[in-house]
Design a protein around this ligand. Structure first.
Ligand code: MRU
Length: 341
């Protein structure tokens, strides 16, 4: 991806949403056009678009799409509300999805439909542009924490593909690379849908940032061998007491603590859910099929159940620092002053 490539954007000509189909990477680079809210809901469920900030943008564009698609002024408010509810229900853990949807809904509040349609598109575009600036600033703030020469382990994909562009965890790595630091990356494959192997490795390789792909269970041994200098991951939601991110993140945090390796989380302020605690959050559980087959062949005997949580929670006690667009937060964590942002 170049600096100009976007993951998701609004198509003014057709009043539709354009996005990279992330299920096709790394084999094919395909851009799809999404013309209905139902199709967008499906794209989110299937992970054609994924990653917390990109979901925030998708939700925002989804409300705009609902507004421009509803031609009846009488049914306008009801239709937009039910489309927003449908989109929110697609993936419950990443807070940015509901955040993006609510932000656009607020921009339309109490306005006549014609004006609301226009303002919904404007508000959604503003969210996409702000995400881009936010990633750049966050990347810059985090890059100073990385060593001049070293290896960073990351999990899943918190890259340009998970945002409008640039990325959060990978934004930090990209910014460090741009500063002239000699950073190489160990990318955990991220079972079962392989966002690390397919997407992170693809993005970094494309940008000529040295990257090596490993199976998830190899991370602890590489830490033990002194091959990892630091861990940087993204987040789907940060509550008062925990960081929610792709399943496997907690395991890396525990191992990093054991080996005295800094464990950083990179996330925009929109990922904070400052009123909530870990126990309040619904962790998405995905289908058995994602785990019980490999290359189209069954790997788990029929009748044996599978647990397939998409995310886990890492207690803040394991987090060295949280890199945001407004600076790096350190323990003891207190997010109360983020409430107004
Ligand atoms: O299931 P996914 O691919 O949406 O999960 C994505 C992650 O867990 C990312 O690490 C997170 O959303 C941060 S993206 C900047």
């Amino acid at each position: 991806m170049t600096d100009e490539t976007k993951t998701i954007w609004w198509n003014d000509e057709n009043n539709s949403i354009m996005m990279i189909d992330q299920t096709k990477l790394p084999v094919e680079f395909v851009v799809i056009e999404v013309k209905t809210v139902e199709r967008l809901a499906d794209a989110i469920r299937r992970l054609e678009v994924r990653g917390a900030p990109a979901l925030g943008v998708a939700g925002a564009f989804g409300v705009a799409l609902s507004a421009v698609s509803c031609t009846s002024d009488v049914e306008f408010a009801e239709t937009v509300a039910s489309d927003a509810a449908l989109l929110k229900s697609t993936r419950p853990t990443a807070v940015n999805l509901a955040w993006g949807i609510d932000k656009v809904l607020r921009s339309m509040e109490n306005l006549p439909p014609e004006m609301a349609r226009f303002l919904a598109i404007t508000a959604a575009k503003t969210i996409a542009e702000a995400d881009e600036k936010c990633c750049m600033q966050l990347g810059h703030n985090g890059a100073t924490l990385l060593p001049q020469i070293g290896t960073v382990l990351t999990h899943c994909n918190a890259g340009a593909l998970a945002c409008s562009t640039w990325g959060t965890a990978l934004g930090v790595i990209r910014s460090a690379h741009k500063m002239g630091k000699k950073i190489s990356v160990v990318s955990c494959e991220t079972r079962p849908l392989l966002q690390g192997a397919r997407l992170t490795a693809w993005e970094l390789h494309h940008d000529n940032i040295p990257v090596t792909s490993i199976i998830d269970s190899e991370a602890a041994y590489l830490m033990r061998k002194g091959k990892i200098d630091c861990v940087v991951v993204g987040a789907d939601r940060i509550t008062k007491d925990a960081v929610f991110n792709k399943i496997g993140t907690y395991m890396h945090a525990v191992c990093a603590k054991h080996h005295n390796i800094p464990f950083y989380v990179a996330a925009p302020i929109s990922t904070f859910d400052v009123e909530a605690v870990e126990a309040d959050i619904i962790v998405e559980e995905r289908s058995r099929d994602e785990v019980a087959a490999f290359w189209g062949k069954p790997t788990v005997p029929e009748g044996v159940p599978v647990i397939n949580y998409a995310f886990d929670a890492t207690p803040l006690s394991l987090v060295t620092g949280i890199i945001t667009e407004v600076g790096v937060l350190y323990p003891p964590y207190d997010f109360s002053n983020l409430r107004q942002m």
